[in-house]
Design a protein around this ligand. Structure first.
Ligand code: PMP
Length: 428
């Protein structure tokens, strides 16, 4: 396949947009080459500017769970747009989507809509701090909660010491309130809590990590966090930006039967438009302005087009009792195919999967946290990525990303993909 026009468009973009992209991972830095510019998409397929058709395994990094240009969502947006695109005033639509979200997700009474997953997590942490009157948070190395300052902290000289910023522009002052823990290591979290008694407002976690590849929580890990939080007056924040409305109607809370205190959403909840949300029981949510002291706001929050798209998406998921089972089965089929193709060709690998989140790590040892995720062989990943791209299969251009399976994929698409993987495996 040729990508001439994409290359030209990227060169044009680089002149006026830093790195040619509006979000870094799109730039193919991890895999080399130039990014694919999309012209259109429908169902499970992307059509790029060179006219190539690609089977899409990232699906806008999660939102397009029912496929691209899903008709009920497109219709809802189109109809709403004719009635005005933004008012900065309340609309009935906001209550409708809020009612539906609250009915689908366990343990929440109220929800507030924002414009991105970043905003949702940033606001959730502020709310937790305001509610508990404590400053520190625990986050896990390798978990991503958006690009707000307190989350851009990497593991430094050990989890019991202060974090260090890993982006210029994040101050030491901010970094010191983010304590880093190791995913799937309950004792490590317990130690951090012990050494920082009564100063920790919240533990924020991706209940299924998706930003160091896909890493499931070990048995008992989330339960352990829940107990630790309850015992120490700490709020447990589940960042369900990836898992929400994807792993189950009620997300990871439902799947693992764990109550979080605050839950954040993004991706699927907006049906492909820029939407995030955070939710909790009323007692916590009522700490927010205008009735509570914790300030949070947005000119475009609850935007009618975004709410129309989100509502149409949630209605579709709510109405389809078999959707999550079907996604699980399709992804299990893909997993089996990947395992067979890679094993047959003697490639060292680990596949992690929860429902319709799956990733392939090029290391044969178990991948359970950031350290083990970093052991993956990036040269193999690069060949894998470009080999698949040449055959018309688009996976995320980074070894640290999860694939998001869409219900628009047919078993023929999956078979095509497995054959492509089989071909590529021969050269790894
Ligand atoms: N949390 C998680 C778990 C995410 O995966 C992401 C984005 N990939 C975010 C938060 C941030 O969301 P956004 O990019 O919409 O700001």
């Amino acid at each position: 396949m040729l990508y001439q026009r994409s290359s030209q468009l990227f060169a044009d973009a680089e002149k006026v947009i830093p790195g040619g992209v509006n979000s870094p991972v799109r730039a193919f830095k991890g895999v080399g080459g130039t990014p694919i510019f999309v012209k259109s998409a429908k169902g499970a397929y992307l059509i790029d500017e060179d006219g190539n058709r690609l089977i899409d395994y990232i699906n806008s990094w999660g939102p397009m769970i029912l496929g691209h240009a899903y008709e009920p969502v497109v219709n809802a947006i189109t109809e709403k747009a004719k009635l005005g695109t933004s008012f900065g005033m309340p609309t009935q639509l906001e209550t409708q989507i809020a009612e539906l979200a609250v009915s689908m997700v366990p343990n929440i009474d109220k929800i507030r809509f924002v414009n991105s997953g970043t905003e949702a997590c940033m606001s959730a942490v502020r709310l937790a701090r305001g509610y508990t009157k404590r400053d520190k948070i625990i986050k896990f190395a390798g978990c991503y909660h958006g690009h707000s300052d307190s989350f851009l902290i990497q593991a430094g000289s050990g989890a019991l010491t202060f974090g260090t910023p890993n982006s210029p522009g994040v101050t030491e002052g901010t970094a010191k309130d983010t304590l880093l823990a190791t995913f799937n290591d309950l004792q490590n979290v317990a130690d951090i809590v012990h050494f920082n008694k009564e100063t920790i407002a919240a533990i924020i976690i991706e209940p299924v990590a998706g930003n160091m590849g896909c890493i499931p929580p070990a048995a008992g890990f989330l339960q352990g966090l829940r107990q630790l939080c309850t015992k120490n007056g700490i709020l447990l924040i589940f960042d369900e930006v990836m898992t929400g409305f994807r792993l189950a109607k009620g997300g990871a809370q439902e799947l693992y039967n764990i109550k979080a205190d605050i839950v954040t959403f993004g991706k699927v909840i907006g049906g492909g438009l820029p939407v995030g949300a955070f939710a909790a029981r009323a007692e916590i949510m009522d700490y927010l302005a205008p009735i509570g002291p914790v300030y949070q706001a947005g000119t475009l929050s609850g935007n009618p087009l975004a709410m129309a798209a989100g509502l149409a998406m949630l209605q579709a998921l709510d109405a389809d009792a078999a959707i999550f089972e079907r996604l699980d089965q399709k992804t299990a089929y893909l997993e089996k195919g990947i395992r067979e193709a890679l094993s047959k060709n003697q490639v060292g690998f680990t596949v992690n999967r929860v429902g319709s989140m799956i990733s392939v790590h090029f290391d044969k040892n178990p991948v359970t946290d950031l350290k083990t995720a970093a052991n993956g062989d990036n040269e193999s990943f690069k060949k894998f990525f470009h080999g698949l791209l040449q055959q018309g299969v688009y996976i995320a251009p980074s070894a640290y990303e999860t694939w998001f399976i869409t219900d628009a994929l047919t078993y023929e698409d999956l078979d095509f993909t497995i054959r492509a993987i089989d071909e590529v495996a021969k050269i790894l």
